[in-house]
Each structure stands twice: as C-alpha cells, then as structure tokens.
Design a protein around this ligand. Structure first.
Ligand SMILES: *Cc1c(COP(=O)(O)O)cnc(C)c1O
Length: 414
C-alpha cells in the first residue's frame, strides 16, 4: 500500500486477513467474544504465540480493519482504536505517565482535553505544565527529568494557532521524550506527522474520519519515530524487552483497553472505516470552501477579525502552508462587535447548525465562551483564545455558494 497516494490507500487498506468472504467493506463482527477449538489454541492466543481475537474489549476484526486503515494513512507502525477521542488521550496518559510524573501541554486546547488534564489527570498525581502553544522556548523551559511527554494540537482549537511541529519534535528528541500531536483538526490528510518527527498521533475519529458525524471514536497511532527501550516510563521500557518497537501499542492496549475498557465498538469502527474512504475527497472540499468563507468574512465590515491559517493575515500563514501541504483545514473563528451580535447571528443562519462538534458534513457554528468553555476560568479562556465576541465555525460540505450566501444573508440582518 505504501506506494499509493492517500485516497487509494484510504480505500484499499485494512482488509482483514481473517475474512475469506470477499466482502469489500469490513464485515461487522458484532460479537463480544471469540472461540478457539482447543484449550491449547486459546492459551496460545492469550500468550501471544498465535494471532487471534479473544474478547472485543481487547480486539475485534472490524476494529482491527479500522486500525489498519489509519496506520496506513499515517505511514505508522500501528494503531490502537478507542471509544472516543477523549478516551484516546486518557489511554495515552495512562500508558506513558504515573503519579509523580509531569507533562508539558500546549495552552490552546480543545475544551474536553483541557478538562481531562485539569480534572482527571491531575487527580492521578500527574503535574501538567501549560505552555504557550507557538513558542518552542516555553516547551524547552518547562521540560525537566520528570517530564514524560509533550502534548500539542496541530491547530489549536479554538485559538486556531499553529505550533512549529518539526521544531517541537527536535526539542522532544533532545529531551528523550515522545512528542504527541492531536491531529484531529488536520487529519492524516493535511499533517504528515511521521515526516515531521512526531512520535504519536492522536485523532478524534468522530470528526473527519467519520462519515457525516455518525459515530464517536478515537485512535492513537505510533509513528515509529520513538525508541521505546529508552523511554522514561518504566512500564513501556520493560515492555520493550518483550514487544520491541510495539511496546507503546502493547501497553496502551493492555492498560487502556483490556484493563481500562476504552474500546471502540465494531459498529462504530465500520462507520469510521467507510468514512475514511472518502476523507481525502471531503477534506479537499472542506478546505476549499473554508478558504472562500474566511476570505469573504475577512472583508466584511461587521466582522472584526477572522482567524484562519489560510489567510495571509494569520501570524503562522507560511508555517501552516509548509506544514499542512498548502491546505489549511476547515476550522476558523470570527469576532463580531459583541456577544449580543454573536447570539443574534446564530439563529439567522439557515444552513449552519448551532452544534458543539466539528468536521461534520454540515457547516457548524458555536459561541465557545457560553458553551464548551462556560465552566473554564476567564484567564484560561483568554489563553485558549476564547472571548465573549468569538464564534467558531466548522465549514461543512454544502455547496460553497450556499455557505457564503447563508453567512451573507445572516450578517445583513444583524
Ligand atoms: C473532538 C475533539 C477531541 C475529542 O474527541 P471525541 O471523539 O469527541 O471524544 C479531542 N481533540 C480535538 C482537537 C477535538 O476536536
């Protein structure tokens, strides 16, 4: 598959070697458990001497097909699928860190991720240092011998800031720790994570992988850039003796799925695999319409500011162009004159839905300060780029002309 371009791999990768039916889409193995004919055979699967499935909490052929597709798209070593994007981040933390350890995390974070680090991870006795997302020196200054990994989003959501990922990978490498990038907003189509030196990619598959916002899922991808036998996390270092390069994936699956229960369901794996087949095609359209809408809104007198990496006015426009292969994603924010204007605009949009997710076929709009960030302290809101006048837009797949007309007509009325 390696020699084929993105969409070819997205369509053809991930056929289960166990499936002999000739089914062209991944069959849904809707079962909790799998049997073996003899006691010896089941013992061999349990001990890893023989490939097979035991229980869907640990692995399942439909889920494996989804994992194989994602691994191929990232040119990675392997993947572990999880119940959601949030579950992927929780599994990641549980695999790499324990009480007394520390993490270095970029400040501009998706709201759910902020709450996970603040309310859950901190209770495990793991200390989180938040750093300015775009400033490499800040990451370097926060790293100490207790740091277990760096975590950053490929495009900060909702601040829409763009970190210099190759530079952060260098810093992580010098410090002997993995760089983890949440690439949900860019997807494997825009961000060549392996090439940039990222150790682990995290995705909320719910967004661009899924088809039309139909299923929740997540995935962790080991990109093969980190030498796990030199890992500072003792569990992984130990596992490297047995699993070699696959140590991280083995521990993530054992602790996060087998023991933690954060598995993806076969039905959702099926929907997400179907979605992946058209991901490249869809993202081309998402990105094209987003650039048109951002350009239009940028010139609109009622719009005070537009943040979109595709606009030359964005502080990291050139970096984004190089890092994301000339595409800029479909997420942007706009500032209007006041919170009242934001609330006035939302119901006047006929197509754009007022929804909390992103990456849907539908164009979505949300007022982050009063929703996703309603229970976050205002100083943290500010460092995540959330102000009372801010609206976040996720550009969908409706025809471009209709998206632009929808915003034009609504803006005319406020
Ligand atoms: C949505 C999202 C998540 C969480 O994913 P779920 O599948 O909703 O749990 C994590 N990170 C980013 C950047 C997201 O947009």
């Amino acid at each position: 598959m390696k020699d084929y371009a993105f969409s070819t791999r997205a369509i053809h990768a991930g056929q289960s070697p166990l499936d002999r039916s000739g089914a062209s889409t991944p069959p849904i193995y809707q079962t909790a458990a799998f049997s073996q004919d003899t006691g010896e055979a089941l013992a061999d699967v349990f001990t890893g001497r023989r490939f097979g499935h035991i229980y869907t909490r640990i692995s399942n052929p439909t889920v494996s097909a989804f994992e194989a597709k994602v691994t191929t798209l990232e040119n990675g070593l392997g993947s572990v699928a999880t119940a959601s994007g949030m579950a992927a981040i929780l599994v990641l933390v549980q695999a790499l860190a324990a009480a007394g350890d520390e993490l270095v995390v970029a400040k501009s974070l998706f709201g759910g991720t902020y709450h996970l680090f603040e309310d859950v991870v901190s209770k495990f006795g793991i200390k989180v240092h938040y750093v300015d997302t775009t400033n490499p020196a800040a990451y370097e200054a926060a790293i100490n011998p207790k740091t277990r990994f760096i975590f950053v989003e490929s495009i900060g959501n909702p601040k829409i800031d763009v970190p210099p990922i190759a530079q952060l990978a260098e810093i992580a490498k010098r410090s002997g720790i993995p760089l983890v990038v949440d690439s949900t907003v860019t997807s494997p189509y825009l961000l060549p994570a392996k090439q940039l030196g990222v150790s682990i990619a995290v995705h909320s598959a719910t967004k661009y992988m899924g088809i039309g916002g139909s299923a929740i899922g997540g995935v962790l991808v080991d990109l093969g850039n980190f030498t796990w036998k030199a890992c500072k996390s003792p569990d992984i270092r130990e596992a490297a003796g047995r699993f070699g390069d696959f140590a991280f994936l083995a521990i993530a699956r054992r602790n996060g799925l087998s023991s933690g229960g954060a598995c993806l369901s076969p039905m959702n794996a099926y929907l997400l695999s179907l979605g992946i087949e058209t991901m490249g095609l869809r993202l081309n359209q998402h990105c094209r319409s987003a650039l048109s809408l951002a350009t239009y809104l940028h010139s609109h007198p009622k719009v005070k500011a537009v943040r979109y990496p595709g606009l030359p006015s964005h502080p990291a426009h050139e970096l984004a162009r190089a890092q994301f292969g000339g595409k800029f994603g479909a997420l942007m924010t706009i500032e209007l004159g006041s919170q009242a204007e934001c609330f006035s605009l939302i119901p006047k949009l006929k197509l754009a839905k007022n929804q909390a997710n992103i990456g849907d076929s539908r164009t979505l709009i949300i007022h982050p300060a009063s929703t996703i960030y309603h229970d976050v302290p205002t100083d943290v809101q500010a460092s995540a780029g959330v102000t009372p006048n801010l609206l976040r837009i996720s550009v969908g797949l409706e025809d471009e002309v209709d998206i632009l007309n929808d915003f034009q007509a609504a803006l005319d009325q406020i």
